[in-house]
Design a protein around this ligand. Structure first.
Ligand code: DX5
Ligand code: ZN
Length: 220
């Protein structure tokens, strides 16, 4: 079994000490940087934009996993590639021509991800799963950090895992929202490969230790 990955969500970092927090992740056992881009239209919140991502990318030494919570993401695919994104995830609910969007992301040299809101059924990925490198299952309604985990996520992880196996796809399953030491192990047991954690990591006393213990739990 390949090792399970931890992706701290920079949304919960201290923006006045961003370089310090990025260095903490660099030195920790975390695997990826999860970067949330919100436009105030697709979700009721605005996070940060290109200059901040550029500053993060300058210091980040690990995979940059960008989660776009924006309408019409096609407009910015090249921009995010140029800014250093390794993985670019768009929302199913924001894409009229998802297949085309996935090809456009890959043609810019990035891995292509699709995020599903809590109400969006796994079955809608039946015809695209073989084109998707990563599915990000939202375990909260997107827009804010620090919300509580939606329990139905476990069912969705199991359904998605079954779809991936049935189709012979190599898609990774990422869980985003409300991840803590209380649900990490059960999520991995259900089929998750990547756990995003924002508040649980950045609001903790000893952040590297929290990452380390979450990673150990996910791989136990
Ligand atoms: C929510 C974002 C998440 C968020 C997770 O819209 O997509 O990545 O930062 O934060 P926590 O782990 O605090 O729920
Ligand atoms: Zn996210």
């Amino acid at each position: 079994m390949s090792s399970k990955l931890i992706a701290p969500s920079v949304l919960a970092a201290d923006f006045a000490n961003l370089q310090r927090d990025i260095d903490m992740v660099n030195k920790s056992e975390a695997d990826w940087f999860h970067i949330d881009i919100m436009d105030g239209v697709f979700v009721p919140n605005i996070s940060f934009g290109m200059p901040v991502l550029q500053a993060i990318a300058k210091h980040a030494k690990k995979t940059i996993d960008v989660h776009l919570m924006i309408v019409d993401p096609d407009r910015y695919i090249k921009t995010f590639a140029d800014l250093g994104s390794d993985i670019l995830t768009v929302h199913y609910e924001a894409c009229t021509h998802l297949h085309r969007t996935l090809q456009a992301i890959k043609s810019e040299g990035m891995k292509a991800g699709v995020a599903l809101n809590p109400h969006t059924s796994i079955s809608l990925l039946e015809d695209t799963i073989n084109d998707i490198d990563l599915v990000c299952l939202m375990s909260v309604n997107p827009g804010f950090g620090g919300q509580s985990f939606i329990e139905n996520t476990y069912n969705k992880v199991r359904q998605l895992k079954a779809l991936i196996e049935r189709k012979g796809a190599s898609t990774l399953i990422e869980i985003d929202g409300g991840v803590t030491n209380k649900n990490a192990k059960a999520l991995v047991e259900a089929g998750a490969d990547v756990l995003v954690a924002g508040s649980y990591v950045f609001k903790s006393e000893n952040q590297p230790e929290t990452i380390k213990s979450l990673k150990a739990l996910a791989n136990s």
